[in-house]
Structures are given as C-alpha cells and as structure tokens.
Design a binder for this molecule. Sequence first.
Ligand SMILES: Nc1nc2c(ncn2[C@@H]2O[C@H](COP(=O)(O)OP(=O)(O)OP(=O)(O)O)[C@@H](O)[C@H]2O)c(=O)[nH]1
Ligand SMILES: [Mg+2]
Length: 387
Amino acid sequence: MDKIVIVMPTYNEAENIGRMIDELFEKEFPQIADAEMHLLVVDDQSPDGTGKIVEEKKAKYSNLHLLSKEKEGLGWAYVKGMRYAIGELSADVVMEMDADFQHPPRFVKDMVRAYQQGADYVIGSRYIPGGSVPKEWALSRKAVSFFGNLFIRVVLLKPSIHDLTTGFRLAKVEGVLDKIELEKLMELTRFAYKVDLLYQSVKNAKKVVEVPLEFAPRMKEKSKFNPKEMVSTFKVAIILGIKDKQRFIKFGTVGFLGFVVNFVFLRVFRGLGLTETLSWLFSTELAIINNYTLNNIWTFKEARIAGIGKTIAKFLQFNLTSAGALAIQSIFGPLGVGLVGTKYDYLVLAFVVVFMVLPYNYLMYNLVIWRTWKLPLLDKLLAKKQA
Ligand SMILES: Nc1nc2c(ncn2[C@@H]2O[C@H](COP(=O)(O)OP(=O)(O)OP(=O)(O)O)[C@@H](O)[C@H]2O)c(=O)[nH]1
Ligand SMILES: [Mg+2]
C-alpha cells in the first residue's frame, strides 16, 4: 500500500490548523482506500502557538507528524518537509497543501484517485472546467492570477498545463521527486519556488494529470502573499524559459561544429587521395561522431548516456536518425531547386536546414536519443518494442 504524506507548511495558522487536522483525519482520510495517509506539518516556530496545537493533536492521530524549524520562507519549508517525508517517513508520494483551507480538504481524495489511476504528477488546477478561484476575489486579483498564469504558460512553453502557480499538488517520489535536487530550486525563500518545482516535476513525470480545484478564499489570519512574491514568480518563469533555449543554442553550436568537421575532413580525405564517395562517407561519419559526443557531454549532459553497451546502441540509433536528416535533405533539396532553380540552391539549402533538418534533429534528440521530452504514447511504443 502506498504511503502518501501531505506536507503542510504553517506560519501563524493557530486558528486553522486544529480544524484542518481534525477534518483530514476524521472526515477525509477514512474515505481514501488503498493508501496510508499521513500529515506532516512544517512549522517555522510560529509565535501564535501553531506548533503546540499540532503537538497536542499528535496524541490522538498516530499518522500526524510535526517538523519544527527556523523561519526560512515557504520554499524551504516544503523542501525540508519533503526531505523529512522521503527520508524519515519513507513516503511513496508527497503532496503540497496549504493550512488555511484555500485547498479544501475534500479535494485530497480526487488528487489521490488520479495518482491511483496512473498519474505520477497531479496538479490541483483552478483553470480547468470544474476548478475556480474565489468569487470574493477582487477583479484585479483574478486578473493577475489569470494573466500571470497565461504568461507563465507561454514563457515555459507548457500550453497543455492550465495552472502553473497552484500550491496544491501531488508527486510520486520514485522517478519524479527523487530526480530533483530540491535544495537547488530557485527562490526557496519565496512562493516562486513553486514554478521551478512544477517545471522540474513535469519534466520527470510520465503522466501529468490536472484535477479541478475550487480554490477557496482564506479562512482566518492574514495572507503572506505580496507583490514581491509575484515579481519573483515571473522572474523564475523567465529564467526557466531561457534556460531551455540554452539547450537549443548548444544544439545549434554543436551542429555548426559538425558542419565544420564535415567540411574540413572532406578536403583532408580528398587530399589523402581517397575517392569522392569515401571522402564524403568518412567525413560525414566523423561529423556524426562529433555531434553525438558533444551533444552527449554538453547539450544533453543532464541526460548523459554512459556505459559501453548503451553508448553503442544509442550511437547506432543516432546514426539512423542522422540518416533520416540526410533523407530529408536529399528529397527536399532537389525538389526546392526544381522550384527556384540552381541559382538559388544556397537559399534552398538554408531553408531545408533551418526549417526541416534542425527541427527534425532537435525533436529526435529530445524524444528518441536523450529522451528529455516525454510523450506517453511514444514511451509505450518504445517499451513494447524493447519488451
Ligand atoms: N513554514 C512556513 N509556512 C509558511 C510560510 N509562509 C507561508 N506559509 C504557509 O504556507 C501556506 C500558504 O501561505 P498563504 O499566506 O496562505 O499564501 P497564499 O495562499 O498565496 O495567499 P492568500 O490567498 O492570501 O492566503 C499557509 O499554510 C501558510 O501558513 C513560511 O515562511 N514558513
Ligand atoms: Mg493561502
């Protein structure tokens, strides 16, 4: 049976936490089958005595845990809570949830159900049918939340996810959380860490599912959110957006180097007296080796392929995808030249390379060779082939 630990950070939530604990343990957890539900409250020594209330409740509920620590901000509360959940409590699954009833406890079972049905990352989403933001929110706050989300969706190129700033989420430890260096997430003293954590989790996850969340207005106490938090959230999104383009820039650089290798060695081999065909063959293969090696240790270093067997298998695969690029060029090159004439062959070459070969290669590298993009359908297909 899976052990699911809800990590719930608190700072001055004395008016909410007692009722939250009771509602989870008495009303919600009993409705969840086939999972061992735990609650870990991470309190930053709240001066209002939140920790003491949790301490008292622990006598009543054996699956209730308290982690007391210094005040370091929301991100650190989650990171230390997750580390504790994974290390000390041996959690299989970790959930993020607020203590102020904005994430109504009744939605916990929906999140767990999505996990039990095969998702390894579940997002409580306010912006899908069935989800909502509080009616009580001023129009300005609604607008900031909606357009902020839209902006981040575009910057991160994540059109398929509708709520990227929600704080209600579930992640499987194996394969998703255990692949993330939690302590190195951006902006851990702030709320903005959420965007980075979501981004990394989505990268690792095989199946991401959004579950509707009716985001409730805050029950008691004051909010800790402010414009500074918002600015830092946008900052994190922009940095993440650019970081991903960095990979594309590296890919382009390697491709260009490959071109130079091809060009230089073509002349070297000719100079050595090899036939034209052999010169092309050897120089092209050298360029392929160059591209494979540099992409492996630089462009895709996070997904680096190691070990002799795997390297050989992947290198063969890489040659196959490179042959695909060659095929594209030799089909569309002549077609283009037929259309515009030999005089403009350099334009045709540039067009075919930029709009066809580059996207094709980038797609193949990310999907097939280094597998940094995950498509559930393709994964299934490859798994079947390997089996
Ligand atoms: N441990 C810890 N918990 C925090 C800290 N800051 C916020 N929290 C908790 O994190 C959760 C979310 O904080 P909120 O203040 O509700 O932020 P918000 O939901 O974005 O803002 P509102 O909509 O106004 O409530 C709550 O359970 C807080 O008690 C912190 O520095 N340390
Ligand atoms: Mg709140």
